[in-house]
Design a protein around this ligand. Sequence first.
Ligand code: ADP
Ligand code: 5GP
Length: 192
Amino acid sequence: MSEGILLVLSAPSGCGKTTIVRQVMAELPGLAFSVSHTTRQPRPGEGNGRDYHFVNQEQFKALRDQEPSGFLEWAEVHGNLYGTSRQEVEKRLATGTDVILDIDVQGAEQVRHNAQPVTVFIAPPSLAELEQRLRGRGTESPESLRIRLANAEKEMQAAPTYTYLIINDQLEQAVLALKSIIIAERCRQRRL
Ligand code: ADP
Ligand code: 5GP
């Protein structure tokens, strides 16, 4: 049995990444979502252990500072700490399951150094549309919205460093594109 594929997905906040990933996971078997740890407050409807492991700063830092670190990668994003559990990812990959990391551009850079991930950047059709989606989601305070939009332009500059680029204009097309990438990666000769 070959190891699972490590898929790194990044996108500016509000672009539709969570929506796309949920749909792809519902339609394609053999995929696991890596549930990150974060110090951010849960949004209404978010479940602990399902969307994130919600922890405080002390808990986060204790995991981060273990030797070896409990995190495969970690970063401060929009003023909160986020990290990927090393144990969770390695366990899944070893059993041949493909693992999706939904992480920011700083985290993606760290994973590229430690592993050979397949990287996918999801971009909005425009920054104006991104703002509309973030506002429409209705989850962010005015301050959080401002920070996320300010970071979006910076994050977009990292798009060319990713193997694949998907523009999330029509949701169904974006879902199809991500599914196709995963299916094609599973067929690579060197993996078989
Ligand atoms: P992210 O995980 O990237 O922060 P979400 O998946 O939460 O983004 O999506 C942000 C908002 O945009 C949600 O309200 C979602 O329903 C909406 N959305 C996602 N994809 C599209 C699309 N292709 N067209 C219009 N709205 C979209
Ligand atoms: P949100 O707060 O909207 O759920 O996520 C904000 C940003 O943090 C997104 O860009 C998301 O991809 C990123 N993120 C979520 N989990 C992790 C993680 O474990 N590591 C890193 N580096 N970024 C993460």
